[in-house]
Design a protein. Sequence first.
Length: 302
Amino acid sequence: MYPQLFLTFVTLFVSPAAVRASPCVAFDTKWNLLAFGLDGKDWNAGTQDAWASGTATDITTTGRPPFDGTNTTCFLSQYANAIYVTNGDKSKPSSVHIYDATAKSWSTQAVTTGAFDPSSFNAILDHDTNVFYALSHGELFRLEMALLKAAGNTPLQWADVEKAPYAAGYQPVMALAQNHVFFLNVPGTSAGSANIYVIHYDYFQPETQAFPTPNGVIPATHGRTASFFQNEGVQEAFGFIPDDGSATYVLNVQTNTTQVLAGPSTKDAAATYFAGITSLVQLDSKGAVSYLPFNPTDASRK
């Protein structure tokens, strides 16, 4: 077991007991940790070396969504240095809200859903194409963001790609690495193996990929994922945290191996996660923020 534990920010944003809506966290491309929607405000905690101070800068500004939706999620567009927020406004569930991290401004992109259900989906944002891929009711959809840093005048459109070859009722556990979408806990797939969608060839790979751990396999269970960024290039690894918080599994898609790290101190199936280069951040359902220090060099040697 990796010796590092999840560390808690000391009064970083607001007290966990404070009233909150549906916040999310993300990094910008300077690796500042941003938290949106905590007690009605947005915060910049700076880079990892500053987190021990337990302070953050209020970056709340006009045009932001209310962060009152269901399953609000933040995504980093690394090329655009923009944060895309889905389900940030319950009155506009199909919209994508864009925070330009350079200009520190918000805008709201209108989106036409078609058959896509914005109330029930899981998604990744592909690094190179800047396209969302989402699984909703067993159907794969895509949404092209075209490196937007601010909303355009023309609504974007969710496009129906194809039906996923997975059993009805599958609750998607999705992660991004190396321009592939990895699906975990797929019914009928062996524990410790992932199903794969190859983005650049637009097809579901029929073969699964095993990711053995040093002492066993990744459990076949529902959980959350977060892909580790690099300063340049695509993600090569992602973290998987089971709902029971028993461990953190880091899957390296270059070596097809798994590193087993400490699980979060707060066991919370409703917690969300976001990874930078050297940390995995947890935002629990009460608004508390903690993080796991991560050494990407160690992971690449596994």
